[in-house]
Design a binder for this molecule. Sequence first.
Ligand code: GDP
Length: 334
Amino acid sequence: MKNYKPKNRLTSKAYIDGILNGDRVILSRAITIIESNLVGDKILAKEIVQAILPSSGKSIRIGITGVPGVGKSTFIEVFGLYLVKQGHKVAILSIDPSSQRSRGSILGDKTRMEELAVLQEAYIRPSASGDTLGGVSNKTGETMLLCEAAGYDVILIETVGVGQSETAVHGMTDFFLLLMLAGAGDELQGIKKGIMEMADMVVINKADGDNIRMSQMAKLQYQNALHIFPQSDSGWSPVVSTASAIKNIGISNVWDEILKFKKLVDENGYFLKNRNHQQIKWMYNNINDELKQLFYGSKNIKNQLYTFEKEIMNAKISPVKAAQQIMEDFKKSF
Ligand code: GDP
């Protein structure tokens, strides 16, 4: 970890005041601090997050997932425009742990959400990069708090729909929306049963033109599939609908369902219970991430791992014995 202080940093007070005043430039600069791995920035980030915490949380947090090509960007743009028209301030964040490896090719190459991006009431921030999903999602979580403190009352967190990132998004949102396509099997769409099970709503997108009939059929199929799952703790029964992001059909219906959900979980106490539960989990995620960094970031450990890898390959030591020895040495360093 490098430990120098970049010249262009403001005081923590300047960041905090700027965020609370809804200053988008300061918000962006503060998020850069959150995303930074510099030691000085980490300290500054903690100060900022701690100070804005009482002003955060007053939003509805919506996770949106679906395979690449299902229409997430298109949907989020029309959905975001609709919400802004309804008087909301919308922040769009993404979790994409692959972005560092692929240099952002999944999300970065196309011009995304052009109409929404220019609106003052919308704030779009692509994924933070990082080596671990835990690290990326911790940063996204803190970014979300900053956006809330800056006055954004609807937070959309998008994931590219590969690997474990859906679970991470589910773990930090109130409502989980799954975008699907008609005619492509679940397997083809890479949507595992566990992800379907997390969904509060499934939207069959691209229900337009020749695809309308297929989409209606898919809707029935998914309705049946969702009924098989046990009732969620929220007391909400997941709904399935069709939409066309391109033709702007079925968009307001999605928001209506989210409002119905919010009313239910406010009344039955699940909203708060779930948020509290998520906070506790978030603490453990942070601890796990810090522990990993402490361990794998140590020069001594790196050297030992290098040596043991070679010894394992030459059958000089068993993997279990090697792990045990490294852990013994690590414990001694405390
Ligand atoms: P993402 O990869 O999930 O973000 O998907 P995009 O939003 O980039 O959309 C992928 C492709 O599907 C693009 O060519 C879109 O124009 C198209 N698309 C998105 N939504 C719809 C829709 O509702 N109907 C149709 N026919 N095409 C759509």
